[in-house]
Design a binder for this molecule. Structure first.
Ligand code: FAQ
Length: 322
């Protein structure tokens, strides 16, 4: 049995593990890791995967109503990319011993969360612009940082995802720019969408560092490389300028440049709303989950067919090899 060193309460194995983390070595699936590291990663990666997949719904809602064939093709490709991101992430979580069924079951049972932003409705075409610009924009700020996360498969997944997200962000910004340069009605539609999506986008970075349950340990293990508040600040700093360029106004009366800090100061998030939404009581939580459950049930025959086909193929290959 491994002896625990009383002075630190850390096993020798755990001490070696932390030394590897401190030396910026990547942890790979077959390496020893503390059980809590594994569990915390499965929690974060699976919730990230659920966010990508549930995140297909607000935009999927607009594919048939895109204003031009070109916009429709782009949106279709983007939504497919999000599904692909979910698959990379589920695969990364599977390397830690979690099964896809367990992860999906946790989502359906409400034990696993997904990004709160996807519980807001997409009401107008401008929302496709705001989602790409702000939601993908916020996701990139976070994911660029996660490219240096300590778990190898997650870090490598992030590199590819970031490349695709940057196309997503630009297509959203382009929609907003086009609307902002259009008729007064179109500009108002873009502004209304920014007004509705701004605060929920800031909530994507999670609670303040002082309130964040997982941050301290996740930063020590380098699962997270920058804190919730640092990333939120980065997003605000870059996005305020982008809004100025296209002539839209960030809906925050407290927003102002702080010369001393070299950053924008901004207003307080409505944390009561944040907690309500992550705990299942947002505008669309029930609809999003019900839709996922329905699609999962209706897709059962596809999964069964693939499993049966794979089994037959293995049998045929074994017979041919005999
Ligand atoms: N929504 O202690 P912390 C995308 C939960 S991808 C819901 O600070 P942590 C692409 C948190 O899970 C967007 N829940 O937690 C796309 C925890 O609950 P738990 C997703 C939230 O993990 C674009 C509790 O609160 N990105 O958008 C939220 O250290 C367009 C305590 O919080 C990722 O998942 C929230 N906003 O930090 C797709 C990135 N914030 O598990 C389609 C990876 C916090 O104890 C269209 N994840 N919670 O029950 C992360 O970086 C982190 O997990 C954070 C939260 C920063 C999200």
């Amino acid at each position: 049995m491994t002896k625990i060193r009383p002075e630190t309460d850390v096993s020798p194995q755990e001490a070696v593990f932390q030394t590897r983390i401190d030396a910026e070595e990547k942890i790979e699936p077959k390496d020893w890791m503390p059980d809590k590291y594994r569990k915390n990663l499965i929690r974060q990666i699976s919730q990230h995967a659920h966010s990508e997949v549930i995140g297909m719904q607000p935009e999927g809602n607009w594919i048939t109503r895109a204003p031009t064939l070109h916009r429709k093709c782009v949106l279709l490709a983007k939504v497919q990319d999000e599904g692909g991101h979910g698959l990379y992430l589920y695969s990364a979580a599977e390397t830690l011993g979690a099964s896809r069924e367990e992860m999906v079951e946790a989502l359906h049972a409400g034990r696993a969360k997904y990004a709160s932003i996807f519980n807001y409705p997409s009401l107008t075409w401008a929302d496709m612009g705001a989602i790409g610009w702000l939601v993908d924009g916020a996701a990139i700020v976070n994911q660029v940082s996660l490219q240096r996360t300590s778990y190898g498969p997650y870090a490598r997944g992030m590199v590819r995802i970031c490349k695709e997200e940057s196309f997503h962000q630009r297509q959203g910004y382009h929609i907003m720019m086009t609307l902002a340069q259009g008729s007064a009605e179109q500009k108002a539609m873009a502004q209304d969408s920014l007004n509705r999506f701004w605060w929920p986008s800031l909530m994507m970075f999670g609670p303040h560092d002082s309130e964040s349950a997982h941050s301290a340990q996740s930063m020590k293990w380098k699962i997270k490389r920058q804190s919730n508040d640092e990333l939120r600040q980065k997003f605000v700093d870059q996005t305020v300028k982008q809004a100025e360029v296209i002539g839209l106004t960030i809906p925050d009366a407290d927003l102002s440049w702080n010369e001393e800090r070299g950053h924008y100061d901004f207003g307080e998030i409505d944390w009561e709303e944040f907690h309500r939404v992550i705990n299942g009581d947002g505008l669309c939580n029930r609809q999003r989950l019900a839709h996922h459950v329905k699609a999962h049930e209706e897709g059962a025959w596809v999964r069964d067919a693939i499993t049966a086909y794979e089994a037959k193929k293995r049998q045929r290959d074994a017979q041919a090899a005999a």
